[in-house]
Each structure stands twice: as C-alpha cells, then as structure tokens.
Ligand binder design. Structure first.
Ligand code: UTP
Length: 268
C-alpha cells in the first residue's frame, strides 16, 4: 500500500513567490510543507511514499536527496545537529513519478497508478499538513470497520466558506463517521446539505484508479478526483471521518499558509 502525494500543481495563488520555489517547499514553522507530508506518509501503514512531481519543481527532489558535501561541511564546522537533520531528510525513502502537465488533482493521482497497483492507497495533498500523523490511522480504522471501504477526511467549515469546498451529503452512522451519499462541489450555502468539507486526506480503493481513466476533463481541462469519487459512489460505499481544525492545516492560500505558521509556532 502506497501513500501518494500530489505536488505537481502550479501554485498559482502564491505567484510570484512560487515562480522559482514550489508551493510545497515554502517553509511552515521549521520545515518545508511537503516534509511534514512525507513524514506523515512514512509514519502510516503505507509501505512507500510516492510524490507526484513536475519536472519544473526540482527543488522538491533536491530536498529529499542526500547531500554528503553539506553534511561533511557542517560537521567540520561543529554544527552536528544541523548535519544530523540534513542527513535524516536526505535519507527519507521517497519515490517520484511525474505529471508532465498540471491537468488536475485526479490526473496527478492517476500518474501514480503503476505504483499503487491493485492495492488501496492513501492520497495526501502536498500542501495540507497533519503534524501529529494520527489522521491516516484513524481513517484506516474506519475503513477496516466497513469492509475496506474508501474513507475521506472532512472538516467542518463556517457557513460563509461552504461555497469554496467540496461538501459531503450523507448520514452520520456513528459519532464522527458519515456514510457518504453525494459529493457536491462548491455548493451555495442554501444548497449545502452539510458544512463538512473534503479535507485533503483520502484512503481509496484501487477501483478509483480505473475510474479516473474514464473521467473527462472539466473546467480548464482539469481531471478532477471528485468526479472519480462520484463514480465510485455508484458502485461502492464510501465513508467520511470528521476531523477538527486543530488536527489538520491547509496551506494552499497565502492566508491559510500564514495562519498555519502561526498555529504551529505557537504549539512548539
Ligand atoms: P491545489 O489546487 O491546492 O494546488 O492542489 P495548485 O493547483 O498548485 O494551486 P493553485 O490553484 O494553482 O494555486 C492540491 C495539491 O495537488 C497538487 C498540488 O501540487 C497540491 O499539492 N496538484 C494539483 C497536482 O499535483 N497536479 C495538479 O494538476 C493539480
């Protein structure tokens, strides 16, 4: 079972900062965003972490590559703690596949299909952080309790933000666990069945990869993961685990990136 981390997007909302620095490499408190995500994947039940990268975002690969010269220089200068950390990050087992063009999250996930094979897989958005690493095990437990079904994390959002997210409909089957009946992309508040927004952590059955192959490009030519999940709902049960705003942080906008930095530095 693999943990797939899509990180090949354009980071448009951070331009011009993300012209030369990938969004996923922006510092969040004490490390680049994607390092939290890789560490979370490695702490999970997955037996490997696969980053879906773009050829334009080489800095992500450089970050996880060994740098013996830098480590030696730091040791020579008596900076052993930094040397240890550089060495540790450079030895994290991370694999890369490539998305040649940013054709949407669904397309990015599909680019990892050869690595995930016929097993379930996790998807961890490369700009969404779960610093305590506890969400994937909790999602796995929900899946195990429901015959290996797909499980997505959802977070309650304020009414005024409902129209910015994918929102679930369904029924609560036990405290904090919903059986999903429908996924509604960015509904007006009046049409939103809940305020539970899809949060950036998914545990998906291998059927999703097959369904993604048939998803037609939507707005902007993008292939949406949500469309494959809609199709999955026709065939399989799907559950949602409700997570709280202090468990996970979306760093995908300048405001949320700044808020995450403040929250995590206050925790340290
Ligand atoms: P986002 O929509 O937050 O990232 O996707 P983005 O597309 O880079 O941001 P904007 O909209 O241009 O500002 C969530 C995650 O999915 C990845 C992104 O890199 C991010 O980590 N992604 C998105 C891909 O890998 N490929 C895509 O085609 C789109």
């Amino acid at each position: 079972m693999k943990a797939v981390i899509p990180a090949a997007g354009l980071g448009t909302r951070f331009l011009p900062a993300t012209k030369a620095v990938p969004k996923e490499m922006l510092l969040v408190h004490d490390r680049p965003a994607i390092q939290y995500v890789v560490e979370e994947g490695l702490a999970s039940a997955a037996d490997g972490v696969v980053i879906v990268n773009s050829h334009e975002k080489k800095a992500i690969e450089d970050h996880f590559a060994p740098d013996d010269a830098l480590v030696a220089l730091l040791r020579q200068r008596g900076k052993g703690a930094y040397a240890d950390e550089v060495e540790r990050v450079g030895s994290l087992p991370v694999d890369f596949v490539y998305q040649d063009e940013a054709l949407g999250l669904g397309h990015a996930v599909l680019c990892a299909a050869e690595r995930t094979g016929s097993e379930p897989f996790y998807v961890l958005l490369g700009d969404v952080l779960v610093p305590d690493n506890e969400m994937l095990p909790a999602m796995q437990a929900v899946s195990d309790a429901h015959g290996g079904a797909s499980v997505i994390a959802v977070m309650p959002v304020p009414d005024e933000e409902v129209d910015r997210f994918g929102i679930i409909a369904g029924e609560e089957v036990e405290p904090g666990v919903w059986k999903i009946s429908e996924l509604i992309e960015k509904p007006p508040l009046a049409e939103a069945p809940t305020n539970l927004a899809v949060f950036g952590r998914y545990l998906l059955t291998p059927r999703v990869m097959e369904l993604l192959r048939d998803v037609k490009p939507g707005v902007g030519g993008e292939i949406q993961l949500t469309d494959a999940l809609d199709a999955l709902l026709e065939e399989e049960e799907m559950y949602a685990l409700v997570v709280s705003p202090d468990e996970g942080f979306d760093t995908g906008t300048r405001e949320s990136w700044l808020a995450t930095n403040i929250a995590l530095s206050q925790r340290a």
